[in-house]
Design a protein around this ligand. Sequence first.
Ligand code: ZN
Length: 263
Amino acid sequence: MNSDPKAVEKIAGLIRESRRAIAFTGAGISTESGIPDFRSPGGIWSRYQPVLYQDFLRSEDARRRYWQMKKEGYYELKRARPNEGHRALARLEAEGKIAAVITQNIDGLHQEAGSRRVLELHGTSRHCICLDCQARFDPDEIQQRLEAGVEIPQCGICGGLLKSATVSFGQSLPADVLAEAFELSMSTDLVLALGSSLVVEPACSIPLQAKNNGARLVIVNHADTPLDSLADIVVHRSIGEILSGVVRECFPVGQACRNRATQ
Ligand SMILES: [Zn+2]
């Protein structure tokens, strides 16, 4: 499907009419910050097999491979900064135009851009956690230990297994976050699905459920998605470019937003 040349104006119009919009974001919003999609060529998972959670728990060798991969990917994540897309979503939230960001990303860039209500379906790389005592550790400190030659870092408090607070393959999504996300999908009137291929379950059913419940659906993604035929607007362009255009359209310089949402 070709991109609609009037997409920016139309999306801004839907946002103005909406009273409870949400954003749903995937890897595509962060590739614009230099974080490669894990599926893309050269992405870290093209060099490493992802470690399944069950293997991490039972195999020392799997834990060694897991931390080797984390060590190698550390600076890529650490260097990344929010882009125009992240900043536009933070602005829309601050202006009362979106209620929350639900994300499949683990990079913390939404929060760094200023978004306050961020639901991280796949956890976060911004801290490590002890699987035994639940103590949290700064990933910078863990990275220092890895670079000093530690292969499998352990909890300094109880000696338990440390892991990044991201959701691994085979690990269930955080139930409270998922429940909140589905609740939002039932109350929203507009979903902006941004940079997600909308194929991974159960995350992709959040926009679908919202649509089935009467919400409008806007999809901005470089590739086609299975929900394109249901969407009100589909755009195959840069998220940063589209959203910054939408923000300019919604909030012309020096003018407060009309129809400020009341929630
Ligand atoms: Zn511990």
